[in-house]
Design a protein around this ligand. Structure first.
Ligand code: SF4
Ligand code: SF4
Length: 444
């Protein structure tokens, strides 16, 4: 049984939710059964980073679930506090992993966010910007081109010096920006590439948007590793952003439009599996079936699409990959991206590959599944809280003594690399595909 947030709770103007909120354009549903599933046992509290930061019940999974239920039951209005807490949540889903009752917390918080966004008066600047940026490749291209100029002309150096002297607002955030790729992988790679060993079948690869802007080399490495292992690889040039950033921010309308474009682009390739090397994107692509469940033209195609999606490490571990002849020279550890370990329950596969390629140089990371604070655009919006989570991650990295950190998500790669650089740590942060491909290349 499910019931919609009705928008019938007049809230104060302070939080941006207006009384008499409209409903009907979207249908954000929160399952009453899902909410009722929470037994309020509190077993999720110890794994929740925002609860660890504030110690407040309302910043915990249990507290947020209570807030959602109270709003849905009409016990409290939708307030600024409600909106704040839904957005203060990292959506890391660590609570989902810990929950003995199987509460699908991620679905709850994302529905609540969609409800908030849908019922806001006006479309909201954040949503407009995210829509412009991710809807097509042109927004991404323009912003990336400007940032490349900013980084290459030395202007960035001035900003970073200023950020050290006056650590405020945008200046602090400038310290998080990684070096942008010179070119997108999607512009370098042809649409079809033949395997480097006897053919096993055809795959299609998602290059992503943030991933391709910041880690185009990891995309090229991903394609190389797949070809090395006998796969013919398609890189559909008509693909677009997966829609996760919009979806997580409550804009499912944009996410659905992007999903449709991707379904069409990937179907064209005739590939058996769709390989994704970014945790956030693979988690979201696996949800296209649910996202488009109400669309009469695309629901079946979306389900088929999601059934073909495999995260990179999941795929190569399960189908088999050639073990490199040598091991990594550096000491290596593995950080578990939230959307891999918690959302997709992918942990053994990448960890085993990392152990295999690093041998005796492998170091276990304490709290490897604890969020690094990146969480989409969370580190921009909640800079100070994200910085505290990053410090905790860096302390654990220092303690384990690794000089290479492997992770499977661009946000984590950028966040940890920025922290290591700003903290003058001798640590390189790379994607698993890059680590593996370096070893393959060293054999030639
Ligand atoms: S979400 Fe799960 S772990 Fe947390 S209080 Fe509810 S039932 Fe317990
Ligand atoms: S998703 Fe993460 S931050 Fe949000 S309530 Fe769950 S554990 Fe806490």
């Amino acid at each position: 049984m499910s019931r919609r947030y009705s928008g019938r709770h007049p809230g104060p103007k302070t939080g941006g939710i207006q009384s008499g909120a409209r409903s009907g354009e979207f249908h954000p549903e929160i399952s009453e059964d899902l909410l009722a599933q929470c037994m309020h046992c509190g077993l999720c509290l110890s794994v929740c980073p925002t609860y660890a930061l504030t110690g407040l019940e309302r910043s915990s999974p249990r507290g947020r679930i209570r807030l959602m239920k109270s709003v849905m039951d009409g016990m409290i209005p939708v307030t600024g506090t409600f909106e704040y807490e839904m957005n203060f949540c990292l959506d890391c889903q660590a609570c989902q992993t810990a929950c003995p009752a199987g509460v699908r917390y991620g679905e709850l918080v994302e529905s609540a966010r969609e409800f908030i966004q849908t019922n806001k008066k006006g479309i909201g600047l954040k949503r407009v910007l995210l829509r412009k940026f991710f809807m097509g490749r042109s927004g991404l291209r323009v912003v990336s081109a400007l940032l490349r100029v900013y980084q290459k002309t030395g202007f960035e150096k001035v900003v970073l010096i200023l950020a050290g002297v006056i650590p405020i607002g945008i200046l602090k955030r400038a310290r998080l920006l990684p070096k942008l790729s010179d070119k997108f992988a999607i512009d370098i790679l042809p649409e079809f590439l033949e395997p480097k060993s006897p053919a096993r079948g055809t795959l299609a690869v998602l290059t992503g948007c943030v991933m391709d802007a910041m880690y185009a080399d990891a995309n090229v490495d991903t394609v190389d590793v797949l070809r090395e292992n006998g796969w013919r690889v398609a890189v559909p040039h008509a693909q677009v952003c997966c829609g996760s950033v919009n979806g997580h921010a409550g804009d499912n309308e944009t996410a659905r439009a992007l999903a449709i474009k991707n379904i069409e682009a990937f179907e064209e390739t005739g590939a058996e599996y769709y390989i994704v090397n970014s945790a956030g994107c693979s988690a979201f692509l696996k949800e296209y079936g649910k996202l488009l469940a109400e669309n009469p033209h695309y629901s079946d195609r979306a389900k088929r699409f999601s059934g073909r999606v495999r995260e990179f490490s999941e795929f190569i571990y399960e189908t088999g990959y050639r073990k490199p002849k040598s091991k990594t020279e550096s000491t290596v550890t593995y950080h578990e991206a939230c959307h891999l370990v918690h959302t997709q329950r992918i942990s053994t596969q990448p960890r085993e590959i990392v152990k295999e390629i690093s041998g005796d140089s492998y170091r276990e990371l304490d709290e490897a599944t604890w969020c690094c604070g990146s969480a989409g655009i969370y580190n921009m919006v909640h800079y100070d809280e994200a910085a505290q989570l990053l410090d905790r991650k860096l302390e654990n990295i220092k303690r384990c003594g690794a000089h290479t950190v492997i992770a499977g998500n661009p946000g984590c790669l950028a966040q940890i690399a920025a922290g290591a650089k700003n903290g003058k740590m001798d640590v390189e942060v790379i994607h698993l595909a890059t680590a593996l491909n370096r070893l393959y290349k060293s054999e030639k």
